[in-house]
Ligand binder design. Structure first.
Ligand code: OAD
Length: 232
């Protein structure tokens, strides 16, 4: 069985990580969509870092939930499996999903990157704004911001997986599917007679293409879906 899963912020919501849009999305009355931009960082790097440091802290204190665990179980059952997550947290990895099965298409919140020369390092410190050890410019969080390109290597991993064959099962969980590439990957991945299951309490632009729409939370729905897949 060939499986492709896409997750978004809704999958980590039940671990206590706020989503970007909808209820609880705002931080200090600021819209995350306006903080997660190169312009916001250029204007006020301290404010942007404060937001990311708070999210890092929250993620460190959070635990994977039943949705993350169900996805790992599905990966262990499937002959071939790839997860593309828009989440920059590490909860899929901490639920036991191996790195080679995860594409973090929007980056990793625990990474940092130089805003000038691109030097990268893993740095969880949040005492003050880190500076680049190579060129002394400000380091920025290692995530993809609005208007920025997706990481080429990670895109290649997705393309390679999609090129190798169609999927019997595609699950898209906890995302507003705002970005066209999310819908595009889900549709391309599904085999003509395969399932495309959307897990989201609310309708999204992907809903009309889904073969099943499960209007429940991810931690409730995914364990049931995975158990059904494994026993069928
Ligand atoms: P959003 O915050 O846009 O959407 C969260 C989605 O999860 C919504 O569709 C909710 O209905 C759904 N949801 C909420 N709670 C849920 C639960 N318990 N179970 C299942 N679904 C639930 O998050 P994303 O779609 O992931 O990108 O956002 C995509 C990207 O936009 C983010 O990666 C980030 C953001 O800007 C960048 O920073 C580049």
């Amino acid at each position: 069985m060939r499986v492709f899963v896409i997750t978004g912020a809704g999958v980590s919501a039940e671990s206590g990580i706020p989503t970007f849009r909808g209820k609880g999305g705002y931080w200090r009355n600021l819209d995350p969509a306006k903080l997660a931009t190169p312009e916001a960082f250029a204007r006020d790097p301290k404010l942007v870092w404060e937001w990311y440091c708070e999210r890092r802290q929250r993620i460190r204190n959070a635990q994977p939930n039943a949705a993350h665990e169900a996805i790992t179980k599905l990966a262990n059952h499937a002959a071939e499996f790839l997860l593309v997550t828009q989440n920059v947290d590490d909860l899929h990895a901490r639920a036991g999903l191996r790195a080679e099965k995860i594409v973090q298409i929007h980056g990793d919140i625990f990474g940092t990157r130089c805003s000038r020369c691109g030097f990268k390092e893993h740095n969880e410190e949040c005492e003050e704004i880190p500076r680049c050890p190579k060129c002394d410019a400000l380091m920025r969080p290692g995530v993809v911001w609005f208007g920025e390109q997706l990481p080429w290597n990670e895109l290649q991993r997705i393309e390679n997986y999609l090129d190798r064959g169609a999927c019997d099962l595609v699950i898209v969980a906890g995302t507003t599917a705002t970005f066209g590439y999310i819908i595009d990957w889900a549709l391309r991945a599904r085999a003509p007679n395969g399932e495309l299951i959307e897990v989201n309490p609310e309708a999204t632009p992907l809903s009309e293409f889904a073969t099943q729409r499960i209007r429940e939370s991810a931690a409730v729905a995914l364990p049931k879906i995975v158990d059904q897949v494994i026993t069928s």
